[in-house]
Design a protein around this ligand. Structure first.
Ligand SMILES: CC(C)(COP(=O)(O)OP(=O)(O)OC[C@H]1O[C@@H](n2cnc3c(N)ncnc32)[C@H](O)[C@@H]1OP(=O)(O)O)[C@@H](O)C(=O)NCCC(=O)NCCS
Length: 161
């Protein structure tokens, strides 16, 4: 597979981002205004994955400096590019940005029926905190998940006595 680059999105990425919304979320997609706002606000950001000048994936994030936490609002990869670690790359970039902004925790919600997303989040070290009933509408529950972020190079400390 050719090289996939991830970077912060700007407004020129809107058409590519809307294509991802259409193909990955259908009627539940974010509107262009919502995505524009995610790009422009200082407490939100958008990451895109680019392969050969094509936008093949995206992640939308929110930042709460007061709570010291970042929230991943969505991660999506075009169907023909899935299972090739693009989602992992996007999530890694979201976490680096959170760390760069001094945040200690990354949180997210995921539909309990979304096996692909659960696999991605678990492989990245997210743990289930609990279930939020009807989060996505009547009868559609979400897992609330969380990961403690570690700046690069900071390993797990083992105390030897
Ligand atoms: C969820 C999603 C972003 C995953 O993207 P991806 O690029 O395929 O993910 P990766 O290739 O990085 O896979 C990460 C891990 O999840 C596993 N995984 C991914 N999709 C899977 C699936 N359908 N079934 C089982 N495991 C899966 C991979 O095997 C990999 O595991 P590993 O690290 O142990 O090898 C993608 O399926 C998608 O866009 N779905 C539609 C949008 C969506 O539901 N987003 C999440 C809610 S906002």
């Amino acid at each position: 597979m050719p090289v996939v680059n991830v970077r912060a999105a700007d407004l020129r990425d809107l058409p590519g981002l809307m294509r991802i919304e259409d193909e990955c979320f259908g009627v539940e997609k974010f509107s262009p205004d919502t995505i524009r706002s995610f790009i422009e606000r200082t407490d939100t950001f958008v990451i895109v994955a680019i392969e050969a000048e094509e936008t093949i994936g995206s992640a939308m994030c929110m930042v709460s400096v007061e709570r010291g936490e970042g929230r991943v609002a969505s991660v999506a990869v075009l169907p023909s590019f899935r299972m090739k670690s693009v989602g992992t790359k996007l999530l890694e970039e979201c976490e680096s940005e959170f760390i760069g902004r001094g945040l200690a925790i990354s949180i997210l919600e995921v539909d309990i029926a979304n096996e692909a997303a659960m696999a991605l989040y678990e492989s990245m070290g997210y743990a289930v905190l609990g279930i939020i009933k009807d989060f996505y509408g009547a009868g559609r529950d979400a897992y609330s998940m969380e990961k403690t972020l570690r700046p690069k190079g900071e390993g797990i400390r083992v105390k030897i006595s």
